[in-house]
Design a protein around this ligand. Structure first.
Ligand SMILES: [Zn+2]
Length: 239
């Protein structure tokens, strides 16, 4: 009887050891930032089908907007913290596709006069050509208003002061800040989640020469050197 019990004990132990040995080692948690593809860097994706992107809850945005999954929690925390301080933040533009950016570019080009070089300079003050907008990346948002009159109002000034003091705590930076010598003009409404933008930025910087703009107004005066200047003349808030 004792022998039987011992054999049973041995059997159970061997069985549990082999079960333990057969269990695969836990996999390392997948990196939250996988390398973006060239299409993703250029906005050539459908936001509904891209697994990196999620819809911004409608209470935080004026229309249907998409953003990187990784950015949404920080955006939400920032909006709620601002609200506690009496500052109301709303997203007016987040992810943009290549075609969306192309339409914006073409419209601005039509509205601008002069020779092609002056036109280009004027459009580049506040707009990037398609494939070069940070809005393709789902890491950047425009907040509250694009109108200078809003940002000159008491409400706008209070909002900007709050953002300039606090956005960094949530990973956001005013990339087109005041006082840069080159690149786009200051944009007080444009805030970038720098950590989430970085892998996209790095790929875009490396692949500028590969981008060919077919049927884009002004493309014959857009040089890779010029594009590189506009891409890289940014502030990153040390993030
Ligand atoms: Zn913007």
């Amino acid at each position: 009887m004792l022998k039987m019990k011992f054999l049973l004990f041995l059997f159970i132990n061997i069985l549990s050891f082999s079960l333990w040995a057969a269990t695969p080692a836990p996999k390392a948690t997948p990196k939250s930032t996988t390398t973006p593809t060239l299409n993703q860097v250029s906005g050539m994706v459908s936001p509904q089908k891209d697994a990196r992107l999620v819809r911004i809850p409608s209470k935080y945005a004026n229309k249907t907007e998409y953003i990187q999954k990784n950015v949404l929690p920080d955006l939400e925390r920032m909006i709620l913290a601002a609200r506690k301080d009496g500052v109301n933040l709303r997203v007016i533009s987040a992810f943009r596709s290549y075609n969306h950016q192309k339409n914006l570019w073409q419209r601005k080009w039509q509205q601008t006069s002069g020779n092609d070089k002056t036109r280009l300079q004027a459009v580049l003050r506040y707009s990037s050509p398609p494939a070069f907008s940070r809005h393709h990346w789902g890491s950047d948002v425009d907040l509250n208003s694009l109108k200078p009159s809003y940002w000159a109002s008491a409400d706008g000034k209070k909002t900007l002061r709050w953002l300039q003091k606090n956005a960094r705590k949530f990973g956001f930076c005013q990339v087109y800040s005041q006082g840069r010598k080159k690149g786009h003009d200051e944009e007080v409404w444009h805030w970038s989640h720098v950590r989430s933008a970085r892998p996209y930025y790095q790929i875009r910087a490396k692949t500028i020469k590969q981008v060919k703009h077919i049927n884009l107004s002004g493309s014959h005066v857009l040089t890779p050197e010029l594009l590189k200047t506009y891409l890289s003349s940014i502030q990153n808030c040390g993030l």
